[in-house]
Design a protein around this ligand. Sequence first.
Ligand code: ACM
Ligand code: ZN
Length: 783
Amino acid sequence: MTVRHLFLAFPLALLLWGCTEKNVPPAVIPLPVQTEPVKTGDFILSDKTILTYSQGNEELERLAGHLASELQNQTGIAVRIAENGGTPEKDAIQMLISDENSISHPEGYHLEIDDKTIRISASSPAGIFYGIQTLWQLIPVEAFSKPNDKARTVSLSGIRISDYPRYTWRGMHLDVSRHFFPKEFVKKYIDLIARYKMNIFHWHLTDDNGWRIEIKKYPKLTDIAAWRVDRTHQVWTEVSPPEPGEKAAYGGFYTQDDIREIVEYARQRYITIIPEIEMPGHTSEVFAAYPEYSCTGQTLYVQPGTYWPNTDIFCAGKDETFAFIEDILTEVAAMFPGPYIHIGGDEADKTRWKECKLCQKRIKTEGLKNEEELQSYFIRRAEKMLHKLGKRLIGWDEILEGGLAPDATVMSWRGFDGGIEAARAGHDVVMSPVSHCYFDYYQADPEFEPLAIGGFLTLKKVYGFDPTPPVLTADEAKHILGGQANVWTEYIPTPQHAEYMALPRMTALAEALWSPRDGRDFENFLERLQPHLARFEKEGTNYSKGSFKVALKPMYDTARGEYRIAMQTEQLRPDVRYSLDGALPGPDSEKYIKPIKISASTIISAGIFSDGKIMEKASTDSILMHKGIGSRITLETQPNFRYNEGGASALCDGFRGSTQHRQGHWLGFYGDDLKATIQLRKPDKVNTIRIGTLNAARSWIFAPEKVEISISADGKQFKPLQVQSPGVDVLSQKVFRVEFSANLPDEKISHLRVEILNRKTCPPGHPYAGQAAWIFTDEIIFE
Ligand code: ACM
Ligand code: ZN
């Protein structure tokens, strides 16, 4: 029987745990495929326990040694290792490679605990390793103590687990260019990845702020490009350039010996390292050491902070550039045994290529159409080099532009779309969209959090990540290898801070990538998470307590014609209190039980309380009841993925955006117009239409050029309305809302069409005049 069949044979297994005394599921993360209790009584782990492994298997011998020494170090229990001649009948942990259970998945395992033995079986050592990780998680956190505590026993409940992963790519990334992280921390990070049964470490080794890997042939990469002036006391986006004569002494790099040591450390934990060597953009640090490979030839300094617009780029017109890259990739390939090398490919600004004679000549001689195709040419050449080295190419989704290299794997970060396009074209894909996978984003209210790059990505949102978009066919979906979270470190200068950003979000990601989609439940996950947090505390690993924000979610019940507000949080069993009268809620305010019906404009305020005190602060929103709420909205143009919370329905949901443009309720369109058709729930008379927009010149958001509104009584014939446009100083340094309005004739309408016209580019007089501009809209109000 395969593991999958076992799952079908015990579909109620999870439910059975609902009947246990404590009513808490075993705290295993990621959730195993199938778990059932075994009623024989507990296994007592003690100094009497013998640890056995399949005879002659060196990998298992190593795993047994590691398990025994960690048990001794962390729980004080000294088990005795014995290669198993005759398998002991009791007091034994047995690790065996076995085909007996037909554990067909190479990473799958069985773990069975009864009163006599703990038995971990798998078809490969990787499976045994994952079985060991599960065993660790079943050990109560109280057992983790100082090594010199006197000998103790740990009692483990009977259980039978059959488990295997959903995806083969379960990745975590770490950017060591923006800040250098020492070797010891990289190992700890690898340990955490392994604890949660992830198997890929994507090591972002090069970028504008420092080159971090020794290349013997080009020593200046680490003598010069690995070092910058120290600006850690300044905010990343506001750093000052180097002073004349100032020494570039902040940074670091890994020697080839360091790299080999870490590669071996990862291998022992069944983790493949994917090294990333950025090209053609995000390479300005290289030009501090070897300026001859850029278009301009200018010697740069290594940037101590933000670098924007980032126009420095490898010259695609010089053959020397490609020889340089090939030398580097040759050394990199020799250090990393894994099948892939990541070549970056993201955010390569083509300005220099447009100006460069050699790049333009290359476009001509190669018969390329434009600079996008030149990028594609560049990546194809890199792919040929990698193939010669026996490696495959993976890159960020920009490598789709101008045509994908034949065998390239795409890491989709700007959303899911790039990944969908690549999968449809028959390419392998790793999903890593900003919406669910950017762990440099805030995980709670920025006011209570360490400064971050922006964004907002809560534990719950990560938990909801599904790498396989439902629009793919089954055959296309086979190309989705899995997913990965990225820890970019512009705002993360220390290991402790990196832990804080990664945890506990990494645990939610692990479950999204390992566990079957159907069995997952956020509440259940939160229950299981608690002992993991306790273990982080015990071992001194930093983590975030997450968001204490109450999310006010509008819901429209079409059947009943009712508008309701749900209050969602990501805390376990929170005490949510709310008010509807504009006052801040207190510990004695109404307790939230289920979505509340709203029938008039109001101010709603809700918070989480603990010991009579509010955590963080209340979420407050004005709700503007109007006739458009619940309308059917069709968008002809789509919001940019960064500002699309609530999708089209956000345009008529009663919620207004604030002057903090990142705080939700705004739909953002980048370089694009907004074109929407709105069908009212039923034909009705409307006096006025008001449309909310935003002007925030410093964020490239401008009040629209023009707004066009037309109405219809049948959805076919539309007639335009006169729209009142306010006069606006779009270049103002202040952030302010701008409202457009129109009066309607005294007749029923059923449909409204709106076109909000983007200025397309930042206007003359703006520091980025000519670059694409945003429009932001929060609500289309029918009164
Ligand atoms: C990226 O975040 N630029 C891949
Ligand atoms: Zn050039």
